[in-house]
Design a protein around this ligand. Sequence first.
Ligand SMILES: [Zn+2]
Length: 286
Amino acid sequence: MNEISRKELQKYMSRYDVDYSIGDFTPTVCALNGITPPEACGGMEIAPVLDQAHHLFGSAGGARRTLIFCPDAVGQKHREKYPDLLARVERLAGLRFLSSSVMPSVTPVCYATIFSGASPEVHGIRKYEKPVLSVPTMFDVFAAAGKQVAIVAVNGCSIDTIFRNREVDYYSLRSDELSHRITRQLIKEDRYDLIVSYYTSHDHLAHVSGCDSPETVRALETAVNYFENLVADTDRFWGSVNRVVTWTTDHGNHPVDEASGVHGMDIPEDMLVNHYYRIRRGSPGA
Ligand SMILES: [Zn+2]
């Protein structure tokens, strides 16, 4: 446990009066897979996730496959505003954790924390910039444990950039649609233990057309559709093994005016997000 990371993550948890941090994601997924979290981690394992896994997998079992879906910029605010859409995610996942993000609440800073458990002060990305992250991440400890890891994302985005130079296969595509198609193919081929699938359009359209423009809301709906497709694929092609699917977003957003949205501030609209976990036991013969 890195104490500096712990303290910084806790600062935002107390400020927003929540029990969880986006920094809890890495230690939780590591624990589900029986892997020690990376050393800069200050997040905590989420007990209800592990309790459910323990109940489903039995005391000796861990997850064999993990699919991490990352829709950018879906805050608690979106859940309040579009309850029907996010209810579809919650219905499939079963487990939801209201969590605080980190500052500044921009994509590379937040995903660096999500995939390392380290706070910005420790992982070193403290503004909108996309250097290759130098602290160890979930991807490093998975690779060291012999796991096959794939990251699927649009060209040049934060997730495509900051986790380079690791024992990972990088699928860098020109659109979310292609990323989604490739992710579905990878699940079907079943060559990876851990797949990250990133979705940028909701964030992008909020910036350029407004947080609640028809285009942005349509993109949010597409994210939910994609999540449903991926869950169905994992049930179909990974059905025989213990598996985890997550909805893992980085921050929310807020309007500048009707035609543009932004994030990066220490306000509830930007800082409060929900992380969802779906745990399923493998059925022999599935
Ligand atoms: Zn983002």
